[in-house]
Design a protein around this ligand. Sequence first.
Ligand code: GLN
Length: 277
Amino acid sequence: MCRHLAYVGPATTLKSLLVEGPHALYEQSWRPLMQRHGTVNADGFGFGWYPPAVRGGSPEAPARYRRAVPIWADANLPDLARTVRSGAVLAAVRSATEGTTQDESAAAPFQEGRWLFSHNGAVADWGRVPVALTSEELLGVQARSDSALLWAMVLRRLRRGEQGADALAAVVGEVAAARPTARLNLLLTDGVSVAATTWGDTLWYRSGEGSVTVASEPGVSPDVLRAPRTGASQAATGEAGPWRQVPDRCVLLASTAGGIRITPLSAARPTEESGTQ
Ligand code: GLN
């Protein structure tokens, strides 16, 4: 399982988002605390960030940086993290699923236009999941991996004008119908809002002060996580509000303007495109 994170809010450095602070994504690469599959996330990493214009309301395509090496082994990272600032970021550290390519093409985030996408999970026998894609869409699959196939399925829906959260929910429904053991924590942003699903692994969020962060694990120290839980707020508070856990099998839609909406996915049904196993 990988660990991933999306942020929208005031512009900040990649260093403060991904490296600094307790239990940041950087640390989660070698010391994940909630990872149920795999031990470390050393099979690559990536981040995508939006240029400032997007905050003014005109979405512009993000830039990406992806590598096939562990995040701690990349000598470019310190300078990039220190100098790149953005108000919208999606980042992931990877633990590759068997049978997928190890090269950087399979490191999230995947991108098309203003969209960035990541998948935390695995789909068994993904090469034979029944999918309804055109030849062009199949040839456009961005890597030889289950995640890239899921991205092609999501992208097809986005291109048809579906909302991000709806597209994610529909693809989870289709794939879970064909592969009941699939783990499908999907994460998507257009630089303004964040959509995510929980289907087999953890997801947390925090919001406040004009920012929203959605992440596989909360950015709090292990000591805080081990402390007894209190009420709905299951982890430490901070200036951006407490971290809260998203229940499994839900779809989340978050933006700084619209708040957080979490909807159970149990209603998700396979569409006629899903076929059978
Ligand atoms: N299956 C995806 C991959 O191989 C994601 C893996 C993960 O969540 N660890 O990249």
